[in-house]
Design a protein around this ligand. Structure first.
Ligand SMILES: *Cc1c(COP(=O)(O)O)cnc(C)c1O
Ligand SMILES: [Zn+2]
Length: 407
């Protein structure tokens, strides 16, 4: 069963044939995969989902691959009830979707398992990507598993673990003295002559399909009742757009009703194009100059899918909010200390934002809230070392019990 019936431009609604190699629409808009949900809903029931594998491929009927799946066990990550953090923040019904358990340590595994599977199916042998971090190591891993060539362009100051993983998995890595947007221009400039398929965020339709399983899973894990709010650390915004799409699909499948969570995009103060656009009531963002933040995955100065993120925020009566790097790492320490989850700064950013949203009254203490920890803190040794090093210097070392002399 060829499941994707067609691709649809998210900007101009143009329809394109499925089963062909496509990047952006001619108008520049990202393409979305569409399915025959009216037929699927009679062949695949909600209660049957639990019989599927304990990976994101339990939702295979609404995923694009037709059989040649490249999987490392991605998805079906725990939804952790965060009682202790909730008590500290006065949030009585708080959950953390812990994406740190994915292969390569981040939710990027979902998108790349899906997109690389489709590449294999279409006979693509060489792919390229500009990435500020976790997407690169996920691509490298899935390309290695599929036996295809990965060409990766990364800003030179990415966290070192991602670089090491890419090299370990045998990818061709080019470090660039610039931002992810500079890396993207390099890929775009060379893709045609090198015969690379550009698998960059929102530049092809299938990574988004993998990421949407974060939305299916949260619904299934909460017994098909969506939470009141989803707090999501937003760089390119692909995960947020993807979950919004998942909710629309689930409604068409008859699995959920029309109620939606408030979608909340969290950004870093040093790179907040979506927050600015949301506050200015603009339909798209402007390039955010001199972007900088400890949360490398949030450093996307002009997301391609910005208009789709903004639509989802507004349609869901959600919001966009920025947090500082200090607030991020304070929240990281709090999350690690109260829940045993060692978060990436991006994941901690959602906890930092939650604190503010409860204080301002935007979210009520009794609301059912899901935070996304999008990656493991193990990938950010510099950020953690600098935060904990500061704490040691600022207090008395002995009182922390840090130093013992054996006799
Ligand atoms: C890529 C990334 C993000 C941002 O993802 P989008 O869905 O593109 O906004 C957030 N957190 C981490 C850890 C990431 O790697
Ligand atoms: Zn278009």
């Amino acid at each position: 069963m060829a499941k994707v019936t067609h691709l649809e431009c998210s900007a101009c609604n143009k329809r394109l044939e499925a089963g062909r190699i496509e990047n952006l629409c001619t108008c520049g808009g990202p393409l979305l995969a569409r399915y025959d949900l009216d037929t699927i809903r009679y062949r695949w029931r909600r209660r049957e989902v639990r019989n599927g594998p304990s990976t994101m491929w339990r939702y295979a009927p609404v995923l694009p691959a037709n059989g040649s799946i490249v999987t490392l066990g991605e998805g079906w990550t725990p939804l952790v009830r965060a009682n202790r953090l909730g008590a500290m923040l006065a949030a009585g019904n708080l959950w953390v979707k812990d994406e740190s358990l994915n292969p390569t340590g981040s939710f990027k595994a979902r998108g790349l398992s899906c997109a690389v599977s489709v590449c294999v199916e279409m006979g693509i042998r060489k792919v390229a990507m500009a990435s500020a971090g976790n997407a690169s190591s996920a691509l490298a891993a899935y390309a290695a598993a599929a036996g295809i060539e990965a060409n990766i362009f990364m800003p030179r100051d990415v966290p070192q673990p991602n670089y090491l993983e890419c090299k370990a998995h045998g990818a061709h890595v080019t470090l660039v003295d610039g931002l992810i947007s500079d890396c993207a221009l390099l890929v775009a400039g060379r893709a045609a002559e090198e015969g690379w398929f550009d698998i960059g965020g929102m530049r092809e339709p299938y990574r988004l399909e993998g990421k949407k399983t974060m939305g299916y899973e949260v619904a299934e894990q909460l017994d098909w009742e969506l939470p009141d709010a989803i707090v999501y650390p937003t760089g390119g915004g692909v995960g947020l757009i993807a979950m919004w799409k998942a909710f629309q699909e689930m409604e068409k499948l008859g699995w959920i009703g029309g109620r939606r969570p408030k979608m909340i995009a969290v950004q870093a103060e040093g790179c907040q194009p979506i927050v600015r656009a949301f506050e200015e009531n603009a339909s798209e963002s402007r390039f955010f100059e001199n972007s900088h933040t400890i949360a490398a995955g949030l450093r996307v100065p002009k997301p391609i899918g910005d208009f789709l993120v903004l639509q989802a925020l507004r349609q869901s009566a959600g919001t966009a909010i920025a947090v500082s790097d200090d607030e991020i790492m304070d929240a990281a320490v709090q999350l690690a200390g109260s829940e045993g989850i060692y978060p990436a700064p991006e994941g901690a950013a959602s906890a930092a934002a939650l604190k503010k949203l409860l204080q301002s009254g935007f979210l009520a203490p009794g609301s059912r809230i899901v935070l996304y920890n999008t990656a493991t803190g193990l990938k950010y040794p510099e950020a953690w070392a600098s935060r904990l090093g500061q704490a040691l210097a600022a207090t008395e070392h002995d009182k922390l019990g840090g130093l013992i002399t054996p006799r």
